[in-house]
Write a protein that binds this ligand. Structure first.
Ligand SMILES: [Fe+2]
Ligand SMILES: [Fe+2]
Length: 323
């Protein structure tokens, strides 16, 4: 695996220390006020759930499927434990990607208010790496980074403009994280995990806001050509995350095969049943939200990256529903 990513994104000085984005000044104040400490503000001594039900079965699509119901109790438990470990591991690795990306944003954003704010996000992401690593060590369920997640994070780290990095990280990856954390707050059955997710989600909300405030101001000043290139980068990144266009998306099969489930059954039987069960949760009995339709795509719209030129592709991928 390639551990070194090169970027041509320039580091910029700013010798005018006057901010002209009051919304970012406010966000910087909130970020300083709301720092928390993984060692102090999380009660690590509280008891964790001893069984595999870190997440509530009633709020987990797979637990509603016919296929799951037919599995032995021990395979059910193994599978749920693997899925929790796998998902939280991807968050851990994603948090490290965010940490690296934010360091780049401190260097490359051209405004002083952007640099100061991004510095707070570096500390936030360090804390998130720490907290998920520590939780996963307790859970004893760490998995390697999924190749497609690594690919999109690498594309963001290699991007040669701060605008592309911010679209990739603050608007797409962090909107995905925000939506998932929101759902995890509903799903979490383990009180320790619930407290971690609640604190982390507060930080992520600021990170998404940073992207929206900075890019909604920047994008209208860009040339048509640069704006189109940024829009294309956003579409490519969302494609890598969700498996659209030529991209396969994030392979989620590892926790299943590790629990002894046949890959063919997963693809042909269980996969479609999970999709249906997840949809039923979103539409019916749960307060969970769609990360794509309620977070990622609307936030692209807020910064002006859903022009008439690119919209039809989002519609074709089913990411925008148009009647
Ligand atoms: Fe984070
Ligand atoms: Fe973040």
């Amino acid at each position: 695996m390639n551990l070194q990513i090169e970027t041509k994104c320039p580091t910029t000085w700013k010798f005018d220390y006057e901010s002209d984005t009051p919304e970012l000044d406010n966000l910087y104040e909130l970020a300083k006020r709301d720092q928390w400490n993984v060692s102090v503000d999380i009660d690590w001594d509280q008891s964790m759930r001893e069984d595999s039900d870190v997440f509530s079965r009633a709020e987990t699509g797979i637990a509603q499927t016919e296929f799951f119901g037919k599995l032995s109790k021990s395979t059910q438990s193994d599978l749920l434990a693997n899925m929790a470990g796998w998902t939280l591991s991807q968050f851990l690795h994603g948090e490290q990607g965010a940490l690296l990306c934010c360091g780049q944003l401190v260097d490359s954003v051209p405004t002083i208010e952007g640099k100061l704010y991004a510095a707070t996000q570096v500390m936030d992401e360090a804390r998130h790496v720490e907290v998920f690593d520590r939780y996963l060590n307790k859970l004893d369920g760490k998995y390697p980074v999924a190749p497609a997640l690594k690919k999109v994070l690498d594309a963001i780290l290699a991007a040669d403009t701060w605008q592309a990095k911010s679209v990739g990280m603050n608007i797409l990856v962090e909107s995905l994280a925000m939506g998932t954390f929101y759902n995890m707050m509903i799903q979490a059955e383990d009180p320790l995990l619930a407290s971690i997710v609640r604190l982390t989600a507060q930080d992520e909300a600021r990170h998404v806001n940073f992207g929206i405030i900075s890019l909604a101001k920047e994008i209208p000043t860009m040339s048509e050509e640069d704006r189109a290139a940024l829009e294309d980068f956003g579409l490519a990144a969302i494609g890598m995350l969700l498996g659209q266009g030529d991209e396969d998306g994030i392979d989620q099969s590892k926790p299943f095969t590790d629990a002894g489930i046949d890959p063919a059954d997963l693809k042909d039987v269980l996969g479609p049943q999970i999709e249906q069960a997840d949809m039923a949760l979103l539409q019916g009995g749960s307060k969970q939200r769609s990360t794509v339709h309620e977070y990622m795509v609307p936030n692209l719209g807020k910064i002006g990256l859903l022009s008439d030129r690119i919209r039809p592709t989002y519609v074709k991928y089913g990411l925008i529903q148009e009647g």
